[in-house]
Design a binder for this molecule. Sequence first.
Ligand code: BTN
Length: 253
Amino acid sequence: DSALHTETFGRHVVYMSSTRSTNEEAKKIAREGAEEGTIVVAEEQTGGHGRLTRGFYSPFAKGIWFSLILRPKFFPMEASKCTLLAAIGVCRGIRRLGLKDAGIKWPNDILYHGKKMVGILTEMSASMEKIDYIIMGIGINTGMKKSEFPEAFRETSTSFLNEGIDVSRKDLLAAILAELEKEYHMAQTEGFDKVLEDWKTLSVTLGQEVRVIFGNDSYTGKAVDIDKDGCLLVDTGSHVTRVIAGDVSIRPI
Ligand code: BTN
């Protein structure tokens, strides 16, 4: 159902018909003091993006494009793991709405049968000691038909509709917010150990042969685990490498 079963997440909603990027809007209102749990949600983004200059296609009413404002008490060092937490909440919400095989590709893409359904961009403002705010930006493809994806993503992306489910965006958002809040609450009270465990049970990367790509270089190995910082451990046969999210991409082989 689309009733909101949360304490704070999504209790304040800034709804926009069109905006450049919900992350940009969320940052603006976070700087002005918006409280934890506030979300910015838009029908359409004209400049939705991932890291660096990677564009994120966000057409009108064909997905859920939103950003959640957090003000966690943990140390800035821990914040990178929020991106794993985001993936857990979104993956569980998606499974609840019928796509039981949804899984997490390290660190935070959600795949359905190997195709990308979700993009996540987590951004932070903090000093050395204290986090001011974290913006968790999440985009979920719901209503795009295969032919509607830009050509470059057509073979590698999917949506609920494309997988045969005419999902209610309200129900899906409510489910995701509930799952995110539960996991976030656990991280705040008990630390990230259980979050890392949960991430592992939803992962489609662990156990897979992968290619690790950095710039023009790459190597292959088996993704065997993630460590306590959320780094991916890849066994190349001769040694185990520790892969830090951000500058590398991985691809199944
Ligand atoms: C990726 O490159 O996969 C990450 C894309 C993140 C997209 C979401 S949609 C809501 C929020 N607003 C943005 O501009 N980006 C995030």
